[in-house]
Design a protein around this ligand. Structure first.
Ligand code: MN
Length: 202
């Protein structure tokens, strides 16, 4: 069963003005679609064919650049679309809200640390909120399309929130102003979905 580009659960313009429709459409139909197609090409006819993406990433041979880049790209973008919503934003509630207060002191302090992880990632990459077994939270970041599930990623937990800081994610609307894009992201985070992922992976 080949990997398929997931459909978004909202329209391309649903996240405006924080993320513009043109960026969303190109990001989904060109970038994410490209990673998906190339991932299928990279696993076809190998012993990775038919395995789940989580299984592939967790047991990845990091010298396999095609699967590392495109498997990461496939997984990372799928999570990215899922953790955003037109009705997003606000202060996180539920178990994630409590875990954020415990790990970072407050939501504002979490925003500061997450923004720093996103802002100081040189070049292209991702900022992550990950949950450890037991429920503790961690903020980390990875270069390129690397992912917290990959061996030696520098992140320990399971990703429940991810922010794409590649220029293709924001350049049309924000040009070089990555901090403005990062700050806008907090207005579209679907904390209900993040809570679901937290409960399922803690
Ligand atoms: Mn991207």
């Amino acid at each position: 069963m080949a990997f398929e580009l997931p459909k978004l659960s909202y329209a391309y313009d649903a996240l405006e003005p924080h993320i513009d429709a043109r960026t969303m459409e190109i990001h989904h139909t060109k970038h994410h679609n490209g990673y998906t197609t190339k991932l299928n090409g990279a696993v076809a006819g190998t012993d990775l064919e038919g395995k789940s993406i989580e299984d592939i990433l967790e047991n990845l041979d990091m010298s396999n650049a095609a699967v590392r880049n495109n498997g990461g790209g496939f997984y990372n973008h799928r999570l990215f679309w899922e953790v955003m919503s037109a009705n997003g934003g606000g202060t996180p509630d539920g178990a994630v809200g409590a875990a954020i207060d415990e790990a970072f002191g407050s939501y504002d302090s979490f925003k500061e640390k997450f923004s720093a992880a996103a802002g100081t990632r040189f070049g292209s990459g991702w900022a992550w909120l990950c949950v450890h077994k037991g429920g503790a939270l961690e903020i980390c970041s990875t270069p390129n399309q690397d992912n917290p599930l990959m061996p030696g990623s520098g992140c320990e937990g399971f990703p429940i929130l991810g922010l794409d800081v590649w220029e293709h994610a924001y350049y049309l609307n924000y040009q070089n102003r990555r901090p403005d894009y990062v700050s806008a992201f907090f207005n579209v985070i679907d904390w209900g979905k993040v809570n679901e992922l937290y409960a399922a992976n803690k």
